[in-house]
Write a protein that binds this ligand. Structure first.
Ligand code: GLN
Length: 483
């Protein structure tokens, strides 16, 4: 039963082959048995899951239907869940039980999903390896000595190991797409404003976006349907109608114009990944797509701009964790200053502290123009490059990451080496564009992802292209040994 996709689960539940309660029990047992190897969960919510599963079964018995009614999922542990620990992977929030549900959580619950638990993540979503979590590193089910990617590494490892069919995740600079690539999943970062950020603990507010992680494009379509939509509680949410994503999965690729940026194939890209990307291009050509070389000339400036803007916003967002209102508080503070200093010093891990310092520096009076303002100008140039490219093509295609998943600990002494691995993903966040990663093959037994980018609000186009590709390839069906 654990091999079923969301789409298959929906059919099985509708045909009364099994109940949501039965399925939920199987998956909870599997998590208990297998997760100790992976560390993909921070909290399990067995009681809530069984309650929700039973309620979904009653709703189905009463004639209700819906692709998510009775579907087991998990939430990345930065989505607020009422009465349940919402840690953001940090000691700072280890004792924090959210007083309300994030919009994503309440919308999915209303659609009938069953929450199995909260997944592990890099502390405050800062990282690309899920090694900065206060709850320990997550292992990649394809090779337990390698990282699963980050920051949504717990969601990715759990779905890849068939502990559950799909999970929510967030992407500030690649944290849905990169772990999807590293674990052979399909992951979608929607257009900025497509999915509500209300109740999603902020890392970098102008870049953060929630989205689905699943095994197939079809399942991403199903989960996104339950997440997308206007939310008056989020001032950056956009009031655009939400299309029927699953119904849009049967479009022909005949004449689809795919742009391949020449800058993507420079030094730094593993040549074996370059070959797999060429294979995926050939596959899409067979389906009728037309390939065109394009240029994104400002791509080289994106990493430095992102690593100014994201820490700058983080330094502001994380100032609320001061030991006064919520979160960790140090013991026996001598005075207010001591309370702030020690609470923050004890509550935040080294990567978070590094980013707060970098961000506060970039925003400080003497350096604001030189760093933050400059980075914002680069951000506009990156966006303009995409706008020019999308005048000529419908989709942009390339690798999701320059290398496959690295060994645990391999980049711990050199944070910049890890930052450089984000080269292909962060431009979509800077521009606010939707992006998807899907399985494209293996290098040394480790999965490789191909990334597709589309114009604003064209999530449906990305999902359709990925679905057509998956109807004609079987990379996404491969299962890691032992799971
Ligand atoms: N690796 C990037 C960072 O550390 C992206 C993380 C994310 O998307 N949350 O900032």
């Amino acid at each position: 039963m654990h091999q079923l996709t969301l789409a298959e689960i929906a059919r099985g539940l509708a045909d009364k082959k099994f109940s949501s309660e039965e399925l939920t029990k199987v998956l909870l047992a599997r998590i208990t048995q297998l997760d100790p190897q992976l560390n993909s969960f921070i909290s399990l919510t067995e009681e809530l899951a069984l309650e929700q599963a039973k309620a979904a079964d009653v709703r189905r018995a009463n004639g209700e239907s819906g692709a998510l009614l009775g579907a087991p999922i998990a939430h990345k542990d930065l989505f607020c869940t009422q009465g349940i620990r919402t840690s953001c992977g940090s000691k700072m929030l280890d004792n924090f039980k959210a007083p309300y549900d994030a919009t994503v959580v309440s919308e999915l619950a209303a659609a009938g999903t069953v929450t199995l638990g909260k997944t592990n993540m890099d502390e405050f979503a800062m990282g690309s390896a899920n090694e900065s979590s206060w709850y320990g590193a997550v292992k990649n089910p394809w090779n337990l000595e390698h990282v699963p990617g980050g920051s949504s590494g717990g969601s990715a490892a759990a779905v890849a190991a068939r502990l559950l069919p799909a999970a929510t995740a967030t992407d500030t600079g690649g944290s849905i797409r990169q772990p999807a690539a590293f674990t052979n999943l399909t992951g979608l970062k929607p257009t900025y404003g497509r999915v509500s950020r209300w109740g999603m603990i902020a890392y970098a507010s102008s870049l953060d976006q929630g989205g689905p992680l699943a095994r197939t494009a079809e399942d991403c379509a199903i989960l996104l349907q339950g997440m997308a939509g206007f939310d008056p509680n989020d001032s950056t949410s956009i009031d655009e109608p939400v299309p029927d994503y699953a119904a849009g999965l049967n479009g022909s690729l005949q004449g689809l114009r795919i742009g391949v940026p020449k800058e993507y194939f420079g030094a730094g890209l593993d040549p074996r990944i370059a070959d797999l990307i060429q294979n995926s291009i050939k596959e899409l050509q067979k389906l009728g797509a037309v390939i065109k070389e394009i240029s994104l000339p400002n791509m080289q400036h994106a990493i430095p701009a992102y690593y100014v803007i994201a820490p700058a916003e983080a330094s502001s967002n994380l100032s609320r964790f001061d030991g006064v209102r919520f979160g960790h508080r140090c013991a026996d503070p001598k005075n207010l200053e001591d309370l702030y200093k020690r609470s923050r010093g004890e509550g935040f891990g080294p990567e978070v502290q590094r980013r707060i310092m970098v961000g506060a520096y970039a925003l400080s009076a003497g350096y604001y123009d030189a760093y933050y303002l400059k980075a914002q100008k680069i951000r506009r140039l990156v966006k303009n490059d995409f706008m020019t490219a999308f005048n000529e093509v419908d989709i942009i295609l390339g690798p999701t990451t320059p290398n496959p998943a690295w060994k645990l600990g391999a980049k711990n002494s050199d944070p910049v080496a890890a930052y450089l691995e984000d080269v292909y993903t962060i431009t979509a966040n800077l521009a606010g564009l939707p992006g998807l990663s899907m399985p494209a093959g293996f290098v040394d037994g480790l999965p490789v992802g191909v990334q597709l980018l589309a114009p604003y609000f064209q999530e449906g186009r990305l999902l359709n292209v990925a679905h057509q590709y998956q109807l004609n390839t079987d990379w996404h069906t491969r299962t890691p040994t032992g799971f």
